[in-house]
Design a protein around this ligand. Structure first.
Ligand code: GLY
Length: 345
């Protein structure tokens, strides 16, 4: 791992993007070091967070004049209305382009805070203090920001890289089990993206390694014109299960089933051997995540939802494992997609 240790003993993972490069710091209690990563010329900071995050003991001091903006606690805060409200409050306060936003919380808060920073005064700096596993290994790294529309998730957004990211692993101790499971599904994905030996690592090192894998992918393809799509491994079925909405599944649980499905599809189409499929079952099962379709899943409905996936620009596209690693595969027969769904019931 190229990561090095610094800043309160945390692990540093650089995200190399030329003059927009930044560091992700991973470690217990790292939110207390926030003042050290606020850019030196920033004089005021708008802290965006949720009451539940503060109640879990995560309050921050950016070391400069700041105001705290508390959003609702539910996951549906990612709206254009919330962006307008925050921007108006920033304007009334007099926040300028030289100032910064700090978003403290899970992926919903960092997506909202990042997008608000991206559009306020045509873009001000943003720092994330990420407090959930899902946020730490996915949302807070790579510069995707955005909000939802009634028509779909993340349909309005911008690529806007943060100035720094703090992933506080102490915050995970207070995370509800189902929220932790959501992150573990994404973590399982990283076992296959870089064929990483994550099994031998403790939690903090494992998070840092996942961030490092994502940072490498983002550095190679910031705007998702190619390689970055590998981060959607397992997500086509996951998005269909989530879009269907009839199943009581967290995002990570849906991704977990999606990973097993992708492996079974790759095997049926001759890309990987049975041993590699077993490896998917072992990794996903090792996180105590589901490897089968939820009860009552409607295979026909799921197959038709595959083509409505927001990422499906060229017909149904699956990211499938194979001799050249995980690659986009199009043109899979609906009958094969359906049979493979039946095989993982
Ligand atoms: N969550 C996938 C990506 O950041 O590209």
């Amino acid at each position: 791992m190229s990561a090095e240790t610094d800043l309160g003993g945390a692990i540093k993972v650089p995200v190399e993007l030329g003059d927009r490069s930044y560091n992700v710091w991973v470690g217990p209690g790292i939110h207390r070091e926030l003042h050290q990563v606020i850019p030196g010329d920033v004089s005021r900071v708008a802290v965006i967070t949720q009451a539940a995050v503060a109640e879990a003991g995560i309050t921050v001091d950016p070391g400069v004049e700041h105001r705290v903006f508390i959003t609702d606690d539910d996951e549906h805060i990612k709206t254009l209305g919330a962006v307008e409200e925050l921007c108006r409050e920033f304007a009334q306060w007099g926040l300028t382009r030289r100032d910064a936003v700090v978003a403290v919380g899970g992926g919903a808060v960092t997506d909202l805070g990042g997008f608000t920073a991206a559009v306020y005064h045509r873009g001000i700096r943003v720092v994330y203090v990420s407090t959930t596993l899902l946020g730490q290994i996915d949302a807070s790294v790579g510069g995707k920001t955005g909000v939802n529309l009634p028509e779909g998730k993340n349909l309005v957004g911008a690529f806007w890289q943060p100035s720094a990211v703090l992933c506080d692993t102490e915050a995970l101790d207070t995370l509800p089990t189902e929220e932790m499971r959501s992150g573990l599904g994404e973590m399982a994905k990283y076992h296959f993206i870089a064929d990483a030996d994550l099994d031998s690592l403790g939690m903090t090192e494992r998070i840092a390694r996942c961030v490092e894998i994502k940072a490498e992918v983002v550095a190679a393809d910031e705007r998702e014109s190619g390689r970055r799509a590998v981060l959607n491994y397992g997500h086509t079925l996951a998005h269909a299960l989530e879009a269907d909405g009839g199943y009581d599944l967290r995002h990570g649980e849906a991704v977990a089933v999606g990973l097993v499905y992708a492996a079974e599809l790759a095997h049926r189409t001759g890309r990987i051997d049975a041993e590699r499929v077993d490896e998917h079952h072992r990794v996903v099962g090792g996180y105590d995540l589901p490897t089968c379709l939820p009860d009552g899943a409607d295979a026909d409905a799921l197959v038709s939802l595959f083509s409505r996936d927001k990422k499906a620009v060229d017909g149904v596209t699956f990211m499938l494992d194979g001799p050249d690693g995980i690659q986009p595969v199009t043109g899979l027969e609906p009958a094969v997609l359906r049979e493979t769904l039946e095989a993982i019931r």
